[in-house]
Design a protein around this ligand. Structure first.
Ligand SMILES: *Cc1c(COP(=O)(O)O)cnc(C)c1O
Length: 404
């Protein structure tokens, strides 16, 4: 019997891919270490003994990265947004109320998800390029009742850091509210202390701070959050993201769905590298690298978008000067220097990531040089040598033992 349709015209993948992989210096995904890439090419039985060991190791190393003792820590097959949705869909249902603190695209997304599972949502918007104020949250919690508070630690879409996060968590606890924090760009790039700050759910993705492949994420639940999930009577609308089902795999090594084996092996390697480096050293590497970049950008004659007080280090937002087109700068950078950075969702900025493997001196020098040259190409004169000197000064100048 003849088949209905013929195969399409085929194109070999290497003809589509650039001959040199571009250096990914945008807001994610980020470059991955070789050990991670190698692990990502291996498939083993998802329910075998080796995998059982891998799962246990990922949980133990994950506890270190999340700074928690909770054993309700799991991988999620899916983007960071799936981990986010897992947290929200398990803790909210019709009749529940959520307070969603908004700084931009990702924090707002949690409100969309909360509404989608039937919860009543109140959004507290910090306004254009501003962090959430703990006092404002406190006043609102004094007037209204909520079951869950959600927020981002760092808002990647605009480069704002919610530095009052620990105070907000404290206020939420005083009111007996569960909390969910998106630490996608911040986990392992700056302090995030799940237990010490009393956070109930922390989510993170692979392709940002942790520096592994996109599409495999992690989530951790506190004892209180887990109790709320155990006591839930309302039906779960999500089957794959059902935390109780997922824990059959992550806690008891039983079948839930076929786990993304290579992605979990890659996560193992990325977490191992974090443990080997230690969080203290990793935070220092991120801070020095990001400050070097920020100082370099300013010394070149460009303006940073977010005031220093609440500027996120993990993603640096640069204001575009009048008349300079984002796409012109970015495409020249990619085409001429093989360096890719990000535009933005509706804001007149470009964004450079400082997460995981992006924070290496060779990547920083290459990126700053490429960016300076591309601004010149786009018709904006920058002082490139001042910029490069400034970066060098922060990375090595008065600190010659330090090599990020
Ligand atoms: C990138 C990002 C997300 C979304 O990640 P996906 O993997 O695209 O779902 C969510 N929150 C923050 C803070 C992010 O930076």
């Amino acid at each position: 019997m003849p088949i209905s349709y013929q195969p399409p015209e085929i194109v070999q993948l290497h003809r589509i891919l650039p001959s040199e992989p571009l250096l990914l210096m945008g807001a994610g995904p980020v470059p991955i270490p070789y050990a991670v890439a190698r692990a990502n090419s291996v498939v083993i039985n998802h329910l075998g003994e080796t995998m059982d060991q891998v799962i246990e190791r990922v949980k133990i190393m994950g506890q270190y990265a999340f700074q928690t003792k909770s054993d309700k820590i799991m991988g999620v097959a899916g983007p960071s947004s799936a981990a986010m949705e897992m947290g929200i869909a398990n803790l909210l249902w019709p009749g529940k109320r959520a307070l969603v603190l908004v700084n931009g695209t990702f924090s707002r997304r949690m409100g969309e998800m909360a509404r989608a599972v039937g919860a009543e949502v109140v959004e507290l918007d910090a306004g254009e390029v501003a962090p959430v104020n703990a006092q404002t949250v406190k006043e609102l919690l004094g007037k209204q009742k909520f079951d869950l508070l959600t927020m981002v630690q760092g808002e990647t879409s605009c480069g704002v850091l919610n530095r009052e996060l620990p105070d907000i968590m404290k206020v939420a606890k005083e009111h007996g509210i569960l909390t969910l924090v998106d630490a996608v760009c911040t986990l392992s790039t700056m302090p995030m202390k799940m237990d010490e700050w009393n956070i109930d759910v922390v989510i993170t993705g692979g392709q940002k701070g942790i520096s592994t492949i996109p599409g495999v994420s992690m989530i951790a639940f506190s004892g209180d959050a887990w109790e709320a999930i155990q006591e839930r009577k309302a039906p779960m609308s999500h089957w794959c993201l059902d935390a109780r089902r997922a824990y059959r795999f992550w806690g008891e090594h039983e079948y839930h769905y076929t786990a993304p084996v290579p992605g979990i092996l890659a996560m193992h390697e990325a977490l191992r590298l974090i443990c080997e480096e230690t969080l203290e050293k990793r935070f220092e590497r991120h801070e020095i690298s990001s400050l070097g970049l920020q100082e370099g950008v300013e010394a070149m004659g460009l303006k940073l978008f977010v005031p220093k007080d609440y500027r996120l280090n993990a993603v640096v937002a640069i204001a575009l000067p009048e008349g300079v087109e984002s796409s012109k700068v970015r495409s020249y950078m990619a085409k001429t220097f093989s360096v890719e950075i990000s535009g933005a969702f509706g804001l007149n900025i470009i964004r450079v990531g400082q997460m995981g493997e992006q924070c290496r001196s060779h990547n920083l020098f290459k990126t700053l040089y490429a960016m300076g040259m591309s601004f010149r190409y786009a018709g904006y004169p920058v002082n490139l040598s001042e910029g490069m000197a400034s970066l060098e000064k922060r990375l090595a100048g008065d600190n010659d033992h330090y090599v990020p």
